[in-house]
Design a protein around this ligand. Structure first.
Ligand code: PMP
Ligand code: GLN
Length: 379
């Protein structure tokens, strides 16, 4: 067949994780936790599977999980989505993003993508015959250059994809960022697809501002979240989309024929687990300790960096040490230092190489310490 995505190869996450395994390296490349989930959650899943909760769930997700997720949104973001027709449970944020894009993008529509950007946005746009319009984030701290976003908006702009806390940089949007976006789109019909998979991983008391919580953005925003990220179970592939009723209606039309519904026993387990707010409210402190351990250790290496504000990623600069490409450096580090990372150029449409690499610090402290010890040999 003629490929619809001829430019797409195997993702860098797969490539680097395989290289890490083949080389026996510590894998700080692909973003997934190196530790287990809360045994309470695992027990709940085991019990629901044993007790017969194993058939199709309702297409939009079980009511109990939708309700408790709406309640979580009230607790953390101060607004209560209607769990009946504004909340949908899906098979991971990747599916949420794909269905949201598919629900609104038609041939020739422009979608503004702030880059570096997560790799699933572009194929979703391209498959729907939309046109990604890339706007670079500021080079130093990856904050948003709002003048550039404003310049990119035109009559064909159908949507803006946003991501805070940001993968790969860890930048967390401020209230001003959110207000500025709201102002920019106010007189337009532009939709927002807001990737908030790291909503519960922010540091130094930085709040996460969901775009769905903003009065002037709510009516146009799809909020995409991931339970896999929040509860250290990325392999479960379960997430959600919160959007106003008319958008949810279109979203579900797509979701219904992409996966129809999402894994049933895990939905029941999460519905029960989420009843205790501390289970998600304690996540920032849990990850902040890891961020601190990693940042402290990284100071003892030759790499330059600004401590991550959120997500479980840390970006570091090596350009003062070497001018080799970031892909080659990542490969050499995996093979020689036995620490795998992700080259940041892969997150740019142009593959722009600023000599940056990304580490995932969602690992046991002992593993982080060992990796940091090895990174001291990087010169
Ligand atoms: N968006 C970003 C920014 C991510 O880092 C990830 C995680 N891989 C996803 C979306 C996808 O999340 P999920 O695994 O729930 O599909
Ligand atoms: N989001 C993860 C990362 O950025 C990877 C997920 C995947 O492999 N698709 O590393």
């Amino acid at each position: 067949p003629v490929s619809k995505l001829p430019h797409i190869g195997t993702t860098i996450f797969t490539i680097m994780s395989k290289m890490a395994t083949d080389e026996g390296a510590i894998n700080l490349s692909q973003g997934f936790p190196g530790f287990g989930a809360d045994p309470v959650l695992l027990e709940l899943v085991a019990n629901y599977t044993k007790n017969g909760f194993n058939q199709y769930s309702p297409m939009s997700g079980i009511p109990g999980l939708r309700a408790v997720l709406a309640e979580k949104t009230k607790i953390t973001q101060g607004y209560l989505p209607n769990s009946e027709d504004e909340v949908t449970i899906v098979s991971g944020a990747t599916e949420a993003i794909f269905c949201a894009v598919t629900a609104i993008i038609e041939e020739g529509d422009e979608v503004i993508v702030l880059e570096p950007a997560y790799d699933s946005y572009e194929p979703a746009i391209t498959l729907n015959k939309g046109i990604p319009i890339y706007v670079p984030l500021n080079p130093f701290d990856f904050s948003v250059d709002w003048d550039k976003v404003k310049d990119a908006i035109g009559p064909k702009t159908k949507a803006i994809m946003t991501n805070s806390p940001h993968n790969p940089s860890g930048y967390v949007w401020t209230k001003e960022d959110v207000d500025t976006l709201a102002e920019l789109v106010q007189e337009t019909r532009i939709y927002i697809i807001s990737d908030e998979v790291y909503e519960h991983i922010t540091f130094d008391n930085r709040p996460h501002f969901s775009l769905g919580a903003h009065q002037d953005l709510r009516d146009r925003t799809f909020v995409c979240g991931s339970f896999g990220k929040t509860f250290h179970v990325t392999g479960w592939k379960i997430g959600y989309c919160i959007a106003p009723k008319p958008l949810t209606l279109e979203f579900r039309r797509i979701h219904q024929y992409v996966t129809f519904s999402t894994v049933t026993p895990i939905q029941f387990a999460l519905a029960e687990y989420l009843e205790v707010p501390d289970r998600y409210l304690s996540i920032p402190a849990f990850y902040e300790r890891k961020r601190n351990v990693f940042a402290e250790g990284l100071k003892q290496t030759e790499l330059e960096f600004v401590p991550s504000q959120g997500s479980f990623f840390q970006v570091a600069r090596y350009g003062h040490l070497s001018k080799i490409s970031d892909r080659l450096l990542a490969e050499r580090m995996t093979k020689e230092l036995k620490v795998a990372c992700i080259p940041v150029s892969v997150f740019y449409s142009t593959k722009k190489d600023d000599h940056l690499i990304r580490f995932c610090f969602a690992k046991e402290e002992s593993e982080l310490q060992e990796a940091l010890e090895r990174l001291k040999n990087l010169q």
